[in-house]
Design a binder for this molecule. Structure first.
Ligand SMILES: [Mn+2]
Length: 347
């Protein structure tokens, strides 16, 4: 039985990062990098930066990940692979931006273990991480997993290039809402400044990250026509259904985009976006994205629904249809608003 090492708080963070860099740098076998299903800019960006760094050190690397269309420009097609049903012999698995559990994609998982991994490293900035693995670094005070990967790459014997810095900066940009959210610390901006100095084409990158397929804008119109302001206007709620998908066609709908728009509804403390998921099994699933402000915790709402995330932004997948999920979500939001001391009108 291999021992588990984990950082316990900020004091041990530099040591934990150094230990991960040392472990990765010394690993002779293949290194598989894996992140959560439905990868966002931080998941893809941090994974791609780490893969490129390790490949440049001569490691055999695998990145079994399928990016959404709007992020696919970041990766060369030959850098990504299909999900691995079986791991290569003697593989170290680096798990980024998620814990070892049901949301981890691309590698075989049994419970809280990556099946047949010779060694498992976990690097994440979500405080809700279950901290299972041989070497675990969880630091909620980092704005993005990409910020932690930058620290790891800084500790590796290599020179930064635009190819390393661009995906890393992408993770910082997307997880801080382009440096607007409360997680935008001086350290984040210093890290971003470092990455810029390594030759990132910044305005090209931020422009490209905003591109969406025309069907996205057709869908946007439909999504915005669903907006309501329940709980006396303390919440803003929008949804996307399978029927809307059937009408517009399969669009690259990123929940973050939609919830990121309605979160600015004046008076709303909580923004909610519900996405009816395609499901092969008879049990329906609905993805919930939550944003919150002013003492209201999106994390508390999502943890009560079986999900996780941060205080300002969190998510969950509920095994219910859209209407059932909506009732559960509104009850959870009401409870959290009351806990946070707000007067919520009766429905
Ligand atoms: Mn992240």
């Amino acid at each position: 039985m291999m021992s588990t090492e984990s950082n316990q708080g900020e004091a041990n963070y530099p040591a934990c990062i150094a230990r991960i860099a040392q472990t990765l740098g010394r690993w002779d076998g293949p290194i598989v990098i894996a992140t959560h299903a439905d990868p966002d800019g931080d998941a893809l960006g941090s994974a791609l930066a780490l893969k490129r760094a390790l490949a440049s050190l001569g490691k055999a690397t695998h990145l079994p990940l399928t990016p959404p269309r709007y992020l696919s420009f970041l990766a060369e097609p030959d850098e990504l692979s299909d999900p691995l049903r079986v791991l290569p012999e003697d593989a170290l698995v680096a798990v980024l931006d998620v814990d070892v559990g049901p949301r981890l994609a691309g590698v075989p998982v049994a419970g809280t273990v990556v099946s047949e991994a010779a060694f498992t490293v976990v690097i994440d900035h979500h405080g809700t991480n279950n901290r299972t693995g041989n070497l675990v670094c969880v630091e909620p005070r980092r704005a993005a997993t990409a910020q932690m990967v930058k620290d790891i790459i800084d500790a590796l014997p290599l020179t930064w290039t635009p190819q390393l810095a661009t995906p890393c900066l992408t993770g910082l940009l997307t997880d801080t809402g382009n440096f607007r959210f409360g997680n935008t610390t001086p350290e984040v901006l210093h890290a971003a400044g470092d990455l810029l100095s390594y030759g990132v084409a910044y305005s090209d990158l931020t422009d490209r990250l905003g591109w969406r397929h025309p069907d996205y804008f057709r869908m946007l119109g439909k999504v915005m026509s669903t907006v309501t302001f329940p709980l006396g206007g303390l919440a803003a709620l929008a949804e996307i259904t399978q029927a809307m998908r059937a009408e517009v066609g399969p669009t690259d709908d990123d929940s973050n985009d939609y919830v990121g728009l309605i979160r600015y509804a004046e008076g709303a403390l909580v923004a909610l976006f519900l996405r009816e998921e395609p499901s092969d099994d008879p049990q329906p699933r609905t993805k919930v994205s939550v944003r919150a402000r002013r003492g209201v915790s999106a994390q508390a709402i999502c943890v009560s629904l079986g999900g996780g995330g941060h205080v300002a932004a969190a998510g969950a997948t509920v095994r219910e249809g859209l209407e059932g999920t909506k009732a559960l979500v509104l009850a959870a939001v009401r409870a959290e608003l009351v806990r946070a001391g707000y007067d919520v009108p009766e429905a």
